[in-house]
Design a protein around this ligand. Sequence first.
Ligand code: NAG
Ligand code: NAG
Ligand code: NAG
Ligand code: NAG
Ligand code: NAG
Ligand code: NAG
Ligand code: NAG
Length: 921
Amino acid sequence: MICQHCVHNLFLCSHWPKQHLMHISPACFCFIFTSFYLNFLTQGQCMLQAISSQSGESLPENFIRFDSAPAKLVDGSVVRVRYLCSRPCQLAVEVAVSILGKTDLVVFRRKWINSTPRVYRIHQVLLRLPPSILYQHDFFNRNVLEAKNATVRAWLNHLKDGGEPGTSRGSILRIHKVLWVTALLERPNKPPTECPSWSAQLMWQMTRNRIHQCPDESDIIDMLKFPLASTGEHFGVVRRFQPFIDGALESARLHAVTQPSVTLSVWIYLLKWCHKKYCGIIHHVDRNILYSSVLMQLTDTGGSQQLARVTTGEDEAFRASVVLPLWKWVRLDCYIRDSKVWKLSIFRNSIHYDDTDGYFGIGGNKYLSGIHGYFGPIKYYRFGTDEVKCLLSNHKSKIVSTLQELDRAHQECQEIKALTKAFLQELSLPLGSVGIKHLRTVLFDEAVGTMFPVAQIKITSKSTDLLQVSSCFGNHKASLLLASIYFSNLGHSVNQQQGHVYSLIGATGDNRFALMHAGYKHSQGTDGFLKDLDMAYSYYSNAGQCTLEHIYLSNPDDLSSLTHETSDVFQYLKLRAERGDLKSQKRLGTMLYWGQKGVSKDTASAVKWFERSAMQMRDPSAMYDYAILLLKGQGVKRNYTRGFRLLNKAAEMGSINALNGLGWYHGIVLNDHKNAVKYFEQAALNGSGDAVFNLGVYHLNGKNPQNPLKNETAAFWQFLSASRFGHVGASVEASWYLSTGSLEGVSQDAERAVIMLKKVCEQNGHLGFMIREALQAYLKGSRQEALVNYILAAETGLGLAQSNAAHLCEELNLSYDCQWRYHNYSILGYDPHPSALLKMGDHYYYSSSTQENSLSLVGQAVSMYGRAALAGSPQGIYNLVVLAQRGHVLPLSVLSLFNVTRDDDVDIVVEKLLRRCHSNS
Ligand SMILES: *[C@@H]1O[C@H](CO)[C@@H](O)[C@H](O)[C@H]1NC(C)=O
Ligand SMILES: *[C@@H]1O[C@H](CO)[C@@H](O)[C@H](O)[C@H]1NC(C)=O
Ligand SMILES: *[C@@H]1O[C@H](CO)[C@@H](O)[C@H](O)[C@H]1NC(C)=O
Ligand SMILES: *[C@@H]1O[C@H](CO)[C@@H](O)[C@H](O)[C@H]1NC(C)=O
Ligand SMILES: *[C@@H]1O[C@H](CO)[C@@H](O)[C@H](O)[C@H]1NC(C)=O
Ligand SMILES: CC(=O)N[C@H]1CO[C@H](CO)[C@@H](O)[C@@H]1O
Ligand SMILES: CC(=O)N[C@H]1CO[C@H](CO)[C@@H](O)[C@@H]1O
């Protein structure tokens, strides 16, 4: 089937309101500290190399901050306070806890007089705490305070002239930090000082565990736990934060909206400087689609810039002067502290900060491109922290070694490139970009060649070396093949870490398949990828669009529909077309125009056939096709008059596409939006997905004179209904709203967004091309080559390729794993093909006779057959019947599908199933 809709997609451009761009005021004050930890990979430890800290050149008048404070409140912990007063003052430090029904219960307080002003002083305070918050509830310690949080506060008061300090309310500067309190159950028992009577002890034993425990919530959030590839395009990972469930934490958060204390710690690895003025690292978009605090960006000069929203709604920017290095893992720590510290001297306003408003984005978004490189772990401390833990001291962690391996792969690449260049210079050969393109393809083909020494697949180190070099020079099909080799047990032992590395390298290379691959694996959580739908969405949204032919190898009818220029079918079509057969002319035109069905692309000949079929004036769709070529001037000289006339005629003859085309012509060419909308509405009523999408665009741009209000919500609903027609552009738009949840009344639904986009991406023309290559190789008898292409497509999640890969593994007598890996993948999808379910069912059933856990395997088989039956496969039903007759108990979940109950007799079950089987087939 030829994909008509992609032949001439007449979409309007969606214009995004300019208001989204944030005004950046020139203020350059630094309330954000940026630390760069460099070289950690070579040093094996974190090294603080450069800290660009506060830029305030002159001494502030008054100053206070915690130099260090524990994250958790324990008896004997030490708080270091650094402060400065302009006049003699008093420093006070206190610890307060909140318990049910009573807030701000002070459990510790000390004060000191400082009579030497204008000098920085550091005070170490030893916190001593009462037993009520130190120990378990026990016989002697009954009045325990079950506090979730504690605050350590410090403030400065000027001494009055008489020497008497004011109250804490009248303090000149105040700071605080929230500390964790050891959960009640984890506290130690207080050492006993006396013995209770045994009856009292018994009573105690019986009652003590009746204390209700609430689930723990953390204010430390892993925004990213798995490395993320960022192509430098307009896409990124969306994260939303919810209010705390715990009342005390939530009120602390609300309290901090105007006096925030938060920390963000971001690992990045840059491959290139930013090619625009700014590239996104982290951004925060509020519900009015405006940037809010925090916004971290990379500048075109390699520096980083941070912005924050202050409470009046203005933005303040700060540029760090340190230039970030390429090819090195760098950690950026961004601290936002209670800006009151700086308020007196620099800011008139505090920073505004509400993390539950809108969403956060990692990398790029619709309005901002991301960095080109990788993101490592990102940690977000909602209540701030004084010291970000050095992740890399923990060398055993998986993620750390993945980061190191990524770095190693890139360093090796640098070396390989330098060597190649030197080598070619010696031969005085220039290495232009054409040369590189050629080189990387040759290397790839050579590698594939080494994989098939005999009629088997064998991956040697030579194959992987060649692929690595090819990947280095930017052939990301090679990166993806390497990843696939490392993941699958195909001629090479499994090495998930290397698989991740090359999957990520391919994805940063903006390779569509690699992006879809990462998206697929994150959506399924297989092969060691973290299951994370937001990440999956981010990859899918960056992958491309358009057509694909679906041909299942096991179906001989599909195979014979494939054509070649030299094939009889093609010659036959041509003959009939020349004799004036309209259908053949159309088919030939489309085949040549798109290079479909194994025919190479030939626009000039295609247009000739389009014209001949259209000018018979009999077939409205042929007339429509040619009219669009005339209007767009594709392959033929543009002629609006002629195109418009044909289009009108086609619409009169009932072509719905032509109705949409008329709308497009009025809107784009004639600038007559009133009539454009009229035509789109007509076409939409008659079922044109393009027209529904175009109406959505009018809701966005407000150009419809009858309805000039811009309304994104209305646009979303249009896009959503157009996406049901399989409309690519509409699916991209609608899924974006679903992924961010940024529209009033549209809640975030990353799963739906991923399913929608996966479908769209699988219509990608390039993927179709890969499948076509595979098919051609298969037809030419080169099954191994076909297998490589199918495996590449299968690893990106394409169900069709997974079935075909499995089929080929079987045909080639390849390893057992190879076959089941791909059958198994194909049933993980959202809409598996029944034949794959049957295969897996058979697999489970037959292995049940040889393996120990035979019952559970039969159970698996039944569930596969049940799913196949549900999907309408008579074979699935039949297999269930056979199993039932052999005395296997079918689970209720399957039985209920066929209106059968457990109490029904086997014969009735069989009869009911068979009845359904006949009605299906
Ligand atoms: C467009 O087509 C019309 C009628 O088919 C013809 O008269 C006219 O010359 C063409 N215009 C151009 C610019 O080719
Ligand atoms: C926007 O469109 C939605 C859905 O059509 C509608 O419910 C809402 O009232 C519209 N908003 C405005 C401001 O017109
Ligand atoms: C696979 O094995 C079967 C039987 O063992 C044999 O008939 C067939 O030729 C083999 N196929 C290949 C490609 O080796
Ligand atoms: C199929 O995949 C699932 C989930 O990844 C896995 O648990 C199961 O073992 C696989 N089955 C086979 C036969 O490989
Ligand atoms: C299910 O079976 C009951 C009785 O056996 C019958 O009344 C009912 O209509 C059946 N429902 C369907 C959906 O076939
Ligand atoms: C210590 C801290 O922030 N404590 C918060 C704990 O919860 C109480 C109860 O609402 C808040 O008032 C405190 O500020
Ligand atoms: C071209 C076409 O089919 N137009 C029809 C679209 O639908 C309206 C009403 O639903 C009909 O009146 C048109 O004839």
